[in-house]
Design a binder for this molecule. Structure first.
Ligand code: SF4
Length: 365
């Protein structure tokens, strides 16, 4: 096996620490011909740090289009002539119907997403009201994605029972100014921090295939890791007609799998969620994505594109032998001879009692 892979494996499975940037860059520099080895390591890391469960989440695009921001990949920006739907915040009953459908599809998380720079007072109030109703009526964990927040707004959402706040960094800090000019990377980081400080779990990921290099993908993973998100959604660019990135070629399936595996090695304990664009980019390789380190999925439709039938995802997970997470979870599980249990906190220099190393590094019996 490649030396960079061996170092990664020892770091993550024996020393039980995330990779350094240099180690991750060395892994990323290994040619794609060695992808099966990288996927095997990422899968072992996922099992050792998170267990075999897969968390399912469904979205409702509760307010579509007309966004004043200029994110170059997004068909909901009012600045681009696209065919995305444009509508104001839908009624509470429509959001509740989507929540019930989410429950029926087997998901445990439901995310209310609106296309805005940040929530107005009236929008925030309505989202808070409907969040309480969704929790009461369905028992689902509610996440929201409402753009940039103030401290007070974050506290009100947390108090209303919003469990997880989604605010993606989208891409690495170096590339971000070419993707968006109407707000800054620092604005996004500030909202991510405010959400966590308010007591919500942080869901923070982005979109791959915006023209970033493999090295920039590694940088992006480390910038996410600094925020210690509970979850990192991974979207793949599905070029939307009318947007500035309409002619950008999508990632190949192999590039996407390598990126997922790299994310797992840098964010070993996070829910890594395959999201928009997975059908286009991974196609027949979607189950391979679950072996490459992903342990969560968006099921059903995305914000502006159509996903596949949730039943297909459930069938895929069943065939992979990956159970669907049925309830609250932090992605902090470990699998050992005693089964799956919550990862114990480690003291400095301590190694976790996990024996899920590759045959290469196991002591001879
Ligand atoms: S990604 Fe979000 S903030 Fe950016 S244009 Fe789209 S809806 Fe607006």
């Amino acid at each position: 096996m490649t030396r960079a892979f061996e170092i990664a494996e020892v770091a993550l499975l024996e020393e039980r620490r995330p990779l350094t940037r240099e180690e991750a860059l060395a892994v990323a520099a290994v040619p794609l011909d060695a992808l099966p080895d990288l996927i095997a390591i990422a899968h072992r890391v996922r099992l050792a740090w998170c267990g075999s469960e897969v968390q399912l989440e469904s979205l409702v695009n509760a307010k579509s289009g007309g966004c004043p921001e200029d994110c170059a990949f997004c068909s909901q920006s009012a600045r681009f002539a696209t065919d995305a739907d444009v509508y104001p915040l839908v009624s509470a009953d429509e959001i509740l119907a989507a929540a019930h459908a989410t429950r029926e599809a087997g998901a445990s998380q439901f995310c209310i997403v609106v296309a805005v720079r940040g929530p107005s007072e009236s929008l925030l109030k309505r989202v808070i009201e409907v969040t309480r109703r969704v929790i009461d009526e369905t028992g689902l964990e509610v996440a929201t994605s409402l753009g940039l927040l103030t401290k007070e707004q974050a506290l009100r959402l947390a108090e209303a029972g919003v469990r997880r706040y989604n605010h993606n960094l989208e891409t690495c800090s170096e590339l971000f100014p070419r993707i968006c000019t109407t707000h800054t990377y620092e604005d996004r980081i500030e909202t991510a921090r405010l959400a966590k400080d308010a007591g919500m779990e942080l869901c923070c990921g982005g979109i791959l295939g915006l023209g970033e290099t493999v090295e920039q993908r590694v940088d992006f993973a480390f910038e996410l890791a600094e925020l210690e998100p509970c979850e990192a959604p991974i979207n793949f660019l599905n070029p939307r007609p009318g947007t500035p990135l309409a002619a950008t070629p999508p990632l190949s399936g192999r590039e996407a799998l390598q990126a997922v595996a790299l994310m797992r090695l840098v964010l070993p304990g996070a829910w890594l969620r395959l999201a928009g664009g997975r059908e286009l980019v991974l196609g027949e390789l979607q189950s391979m994505g679950m072996y490459a380190g992903a342990n969560a999925l968006i099921v059903g439709n995305y914000l502006t594109t159509t996903g596949r039938d949730p039943a297909d995802d459930l069938a895929m997970l069943e065939s992979l032998g990956m159970p669907v997470a049925g309830g609250p979870g932090e992605g902090r599980y470990v699998l050992d001879r005693a089964g799956t249990h919550i990862l114990p906190p480690l003291r400095d220099g301590e190694r976790a009692p996990v024996d899920i190393r590759s045959p290469r590094s196991r002591p001879a019996s």
